[in-house]
Design a protein around this ligand. Structure first.
Ligand code: AMP
Length: 209
């Protein structure tokens, strides 16, 4: 099954993609993670992407489309995958149609006010990538899983968050109607607990299978 997780930054796409991928035994393909890995490795793609990402802007379509095209061709993606953070523009969605057929789009809905609070309090482990929120860390500054010092992503800083939300509303939100029109979109309330959200996603996917 090929699935898209759609939603604004901070909606919980990454967290839910991990849970659902583990349940279904398919890989999570996160363009954000791939771009951050490219930046860390200092590849030409990473160098191209960094300025856009730091400013909360989208990386050019052709860069992410090429990344996804290569990734979905790998052997572990042949039984299905979850695209987390791709497509983010109608142009990307149209390009994806030439790459693979999508079975379902999960649209995680969360109010802007909640998103700002979630993203600006988010801290990540630079080693394992796990996300945390300052409210649940209770002053802890290291990753409970591997002890690495937690960091705030450059693009999670308050001044960049509003930019990312604006970009979402302008460029990514039109994909909701795009996929609704194709009859494969499922709306999920992303303000619920992570466990409730993944249960609803799995029920929706079960209905499609
Ligand atoms: P994410 O981790 O999904 O929140 O993505 C972090 C940043 O990576 C975004 O703000 C964009 O700058 C970039 N990015 C990730 N996925 C895409 C995409 N599909 N198209 C363009 N830029 C992307």
């Amino acid at each position: 099954m090929n699935i898209i997780f759609l939603g604004p930054p901070g909606a919980g796409k990454g967290t839910q993609a991990k849970l659902v991928c583990a349940e279904l035994g398919i890989p999570q393909i996160s363009t954000g993670d791939m771009l951050r890995a490219a930046i860390a490795a200092g590849t030409p793609t990473g160098l191209k992407a960094k300025t856009f990402m730091d400013a909360g802007q989208l990386v050019p379509d052709e860069v992410v489309i090429a990344l996804v095209q290569e990734r979905v061709a790998l052997p572990d993606a042949q039984k299905g995958y979850i695209l987390d953070g791709f497509p983010r523009t109608v142009e990307q969605a149209q390009a994806l149609e030439g790459i693979a057929t999508m079975d379902a789009v999960i649209n995680l809905k969360v109010e802007d006010q909640v998103l700002v609070q979630r993203i600006s309090g988010r801290r990540c482990c630079p080693q394992c990538g796990a996300p945390y929120h300052v409210d649940s860390l209770q002053g802890e500054t290291t990753c409970p899983a591997d002890g690495a010092t937690l960091i705030q992503r450059q693009d999670d800083r308050a001044e960049t968050v509003l930019n990312r939300l604006q970009v979402y509303h302008q460029k990514t939100a039109p994909l909701i109607d795009y996929y609704r029109g194709k009859g494969i979109l499922w709306d999920i309330d992303g303000a619920q607990s992570p466990r409730e959200i993944s249960a609803q996603i799995l029920t929706a996917l079960e209905a499609i299978r």
